[in-house]
Write a protein that binds this ligand. Sequence first.
Ligand code: SF4
Length: 460
Amino acid sequence: MDGTSQTFARLGITAETLRAYDKRIPRYTSYPTAPVWTDAFRGPEWAAHLEATASTGRPLSLYAHIPFCQKRCLFCACNVIATRREGIADAYLDDVEREVALAARHARGVGHAIQLHLGGGTPNYLTGPEMDRLIAIVERHFDFAPDAERSIEVDPRTATREDIFRLRQVNRFDRISFGVQDFSDDTQEAIGREQSGQLAFDSVLAARDAGFASINIDLIYGLPRQTPKSWKRTLDDVCALQPDRLALYNFAWLPSKVPNQRGIEESELPEPATKLDMFIEAHDRLTSHGWRFLGMDHYAREQDSLTRAFEAGTMRRNFMGYTTLRGTDLLGFGVSAIGDFGGAFAQNTKKLTEYAASLDEGVLPVERGMKLSEDDLVRRDCIESLMCQGRLDLAKPWLAALVQEARAELEDLERQGLLTLSPAALDVTLKGRVFLRNIAVVFDASMRAMKDKHLFSRAV
Ligand code: SF4
């Protein structure tokens, strides 16, 4: 795929096209998706599953969730705990330590950890010594491969240049992701963040000076007080900064479901048509300035490891988004963390009190999950292949059978230019990569049975 040929104009995509595919569809960081999981699968079931499947020695990814933020941003729909209470993080780490030890006991025999990711909330809510303690906890209970990748999400407002250097040099993180959203001070004020464009700029430069191998920034279009002019300036700043990876998200304003979004003035939101224009502007600027569009909302520079994995057909997708690490099991720690291990999913409780109470009883704090059936596993393989490689190899009989079953719908998508079908393969076109979710949903058997599709974000 030639990176310079990816602009929407070259792909024949207009605002009208985007509107036509803008439906509520899962993001497919898992299949089946989280709303399908059940509370019949909890801590004891997860523990038994780990014991039955851990000894294969498959490589392992580890995730730790730090739910705290100093203040809640008005746009944020994440499950966070806004607090400045002294000692709360240290007390939380006591519980995380108990969970890690318990999970490691149940998962005896697992392979080396090849990835550690810290997400939130705000992982850099932890002080330096607290961060050291968290790393020591996971290293004490799991064997790390010498070249294990370590990544962290960072809030630029609470990380000094020294903090960023410390994360690289002391804690040996090699990938860092900043929640920037927009470089305009006016928009930052409207979403309740005291984050100047200069601060975000300085954070990225500090990460580069500190020697991070890959720097990601998150951007959001459709935020209050964003205008085509201010958005262009944000994109100018992005082009000047040259982050290795970019995630470009669509802001969903749902004040009835996300109470803190009620602090956003509806009159300050860009019109839907303006919002689509901003998406087109961003996509076209990025793809004509050296970033490769990898699918969904992700972009990476040519030399980044994710682009290389994409080109080699080895890019994968999990709860942390796209990743270069193939075929790993995932164990998640902390409130709301998700595990994906040996053909089952599990999600921890979101409440701190329930999390601690479960660990008091020596039970893993899982509140819901599921074990995948044979059919789920086949569909999962199919959807992941589409999302990551943009291709289904029809020499695999299980994929050929699924394509046969959905042939009428797929032929319709073929006529719309989203994919091509041949006896050997289903190939997603360049245009189709923008609408991967619309193609993947054809193979989603669980979605058909689901009544409340408002649980999912819009595809565009
Ligand atoms: S956007 Fe980030 S810093 Fe703001 S509330 Fe959400 S998780 Fe916390």
